[in-house]
Ligand binder design. Structure first.
Ligand code: PEP
Length: 238
């Protein structure tokens, strides 16, 4: 089976590095990206010895200057960051982040050699004449058109995250995920597309078995190091 990517977004939670160290032991975790809060980045860099990649959850679209509370791509690079999540629906909702801002952030990350994990995804469709899947395909392609403007697509990873599935326990159906991710790959020709939204113990095997899904962007389940390691090992046994 292909190596399935586990991109773990801890959000604003302190996840014990000691626990991750304990469960990883000496094993290889080179298909795992851990995205802790900014304050824990330096600690988590220690897990690179297991092959783990370090991810950030946000970046500024500027290089430096009077932007209180922001962190530049250059600073992230110096902290050992390899990947960075951009355009997450929570940043759109709580920080009013726009698609054109996300586009600028992606450009900055690429400039500094960090791979952007670009999030797209739709709300629930309230148009009775259109299926959720059809709505999702149209929605994400419109988002991608703006977000990926003037960007070298080969340098990004896309995460398809239906907003209604994030943190809700509602997982998108297998056919839905397949159709939307196929449409993304056809449109953008990106190499890796992840699925995100209530990914966890009860559904990881079915989702990982979908041909076009290259990995998962994981919120809630990533707070449990033991579960991440268990899912990773289980998929590798196949
Ligand atoms: C997310 O926030 O990107 C996410 C997928 O969260 P959860 O796995 O908790 O749904």
């Amino acid at each position: 089976m292909k190596k399935f990517i586990f991109a773990c977004n801890f959000k604003m939670n302190n996840v014990s590095i000691e626990e991750y160290k304990r469960v990883m032991g000496e094993d290889d975790y080179s298909n795992v990206i851990l995205c802790p809060n900014f304050c824990q980045l330096y600690q988590y860099a220690e897990l690179k010895k297991n092959g783990v990649f370090l991810g950030a959850q946000n970046v500024s679209e500027y290089n430096n200057g009077a932007y209180t509370g922001e962190t530049s791509a250059d600073m992230l690079k110096n902290a050992g960051v390899d990947f960075c999540i951009v355009g997450h629906s929570e940043r759109k909702k709580y920080n009013f982040e726009t698609l054109s801002q996300t586009n600028l952030k992606i450009k900055k990350l690429i400039e500094f050699g960090i791979t952007p994990i670009v999030c797209v995804g739709e709300e629930l469709c309230n148009n009775e004449t259109m299926s959720q899947t059809e709505y999702a395909k149209r929605y994400v392609l419109v988002e991608l058109k703006e977000i990926l403007q003037d960007i070298d697509i080969s340098k990004v990873i896309v995460a398809y995250e239906p907003i209604w599935a994030i943190g809700t326990g509602k997982v998108a159906g297998i056919e839905h995920i397949k159709e939307v991710i196929d449409a993304i790959k056809k449109y953008a020709e990106v190499e890796f597309v992840l699925y995100g939204g209530s990914f966890g113990e009860s559904n990881f095997e079915q989702i990982a078995a979908i041909d076009c899904v290259d990995g998962a962007l994981i919120g809630g389940a990533s707070l449990k190091p033991e579960l991440i390691c268990k899912m990773k090992k289980k998929l590798e046994e196949k």
